[in-house]
Design a protein around this ligand. Structure first.
Ligand SMILES: Nc1ncnc2c1ncn2[C@@H]1O[C@H](COP(=O)(O)OP(=O)(O)OP(=O)(O)O)[C@@H](O)[C@H]1O
Length: 308
């Protein structure tokens, strides 16, 4: 494997009594698409801010492109593309000017910035909005503009904090498509998300984080095969009946989880599990067999759902 572009050992961040990031280790390889998957408050944004060298660590080590983040902030940021959780665009400026102003801020030559901004308008599929003011754009367009802005300095690494939160399904797919394009071009992507489908779509490898700690690491498929069965049967028995019925499901599937509105039965063959449920005359009011996902991995590891 080539030398990592980001290396963390025992990385820790405390805010007073709160330990936001609690001694985590990870390596990110060049060209890799790496994810931090975890619920709100898990410490993902704090980790991103330390990688972007905008927040110093309390303990441990963190190197980005061979530079210590506590001592080389400006040199590191010059080589990163940063897409923060909020878009932080200049709403009163035109789309093209948002790109140009940001590029000039890096101290890049004006002619270069202007040419690069035009290329990025096409990349972000915003050509026809070139002279529109940002405050008139849709959420998806603003997000694509933020990504384009992050690319103005030709970064080796893109940091994307919750890239599609708040977007509708169509806007998310357009954005994912742009990120796949970047990945194909060899850009290293570091993504935080609490959406399991986003992690499955975008990440070659990810760490599952909870309460500032890494609880599992691997590719989406390896995590699913390690922590879940091939399929899951979801059954609903009606309000208040799930707990009562769950005790009568013993022996069906490998494992069961009782949630407020449904019971999940983990089995490699969901149809067989459903037949076993029906044979016991338990009469679910609804049932669904689906493939296991990273949501199931998170539930298995923490006993909680990713989205509460
Ligand atoms: N500047 C700060 N001062 C004090 N506490 C903070 C600060 N920033 C984050 N925290 C705390 O650190 C913990 C981790 O927060 P962080 O924002 O990194 O989580 P997250 O996984 O990114 O969640 P979200 O997606 O909601 O941002 C939380 O308990 C949060 O309240």
């Amino acid at each position: 494997m080539s030398a990592p572009v980001i290396t963390a050992r025992g990385l820790t961040k405390r805010y007073g009594d709160v330990t936001a990031v609690d001694g985590i280790d990870f390596d990110i390889a060049p060209g890799e698409s790496f994810g931090f998957l975890g619920p709100n408050g898990a410490g993902k944004s704090t980790t991103m801010r330390m990688i972007a060298a905008t927040s110093t660590r309390t303990a441990g080590s963190l190197d980005v492109l061979g530079l210590d983040t506590n001592h080389h902030g400006p040199q590191i940021r010059a080589q990163l593309g940063i897409v923060p959780q909020g878009d932080l665009l200049d709403e009163e400026l035109r789309v093209i000017d948002n790109l140009i102003v940001y590029g000039l801020y890096f101290g890049l030559p004006r002619a270069h910035v202007k040419a690069r901004a035009e290329e990025l308008l096409d990349f972000a599929q915003l050509r026809e909005k070139r002279t529109a003011r940002v405050d008139g754009l849709s959420g998806g367009m603003k997000r694509r503009l933020t990504i384009a802005r992050g690319l103005i300095n030709d970064p080796k690494i893109m940091l994307l904090d919750e890239p599609t939160t708040g977007l509708d399904p169509q806007a998310r797919h357009i954005l994912w498509d742009r990120l796949f394009r970047l990945k194909e071009q060899g850009t290293t992507l570091v993504v935080t998300t609490h959406f399991m489908d986003e992690a499955e779509q975008l990440c070659d490898r990810l760490v599952v984080v909870d309460h500032g700690r890494i609880v599992a690491e691997g590719s989406p498929t390896s995590l699913i095969s390690q922590y879940a069965t091939r399929e899951v049967l979801e059954v609903r028995f009606g309000s208040g009946r799930n707990e009562e019925v769950a005790v009568r499901l013993d022996g069906i599937g490998e494992r069961r989880e009782v949630l407020a509105d449904r019971v999940l039965i983990y089995a490699d063959n969901g149809e067989h599990a459903l037949k076993a449920v029906i044979d016991r005359e338990l009469e679910p009011i609804a049932s669904l067999v689906r493939r296991s996902s990273l949501e199931d991995v998170f539930l298995r590891l923490t006993g909680r759902s990713l989205i509460e």
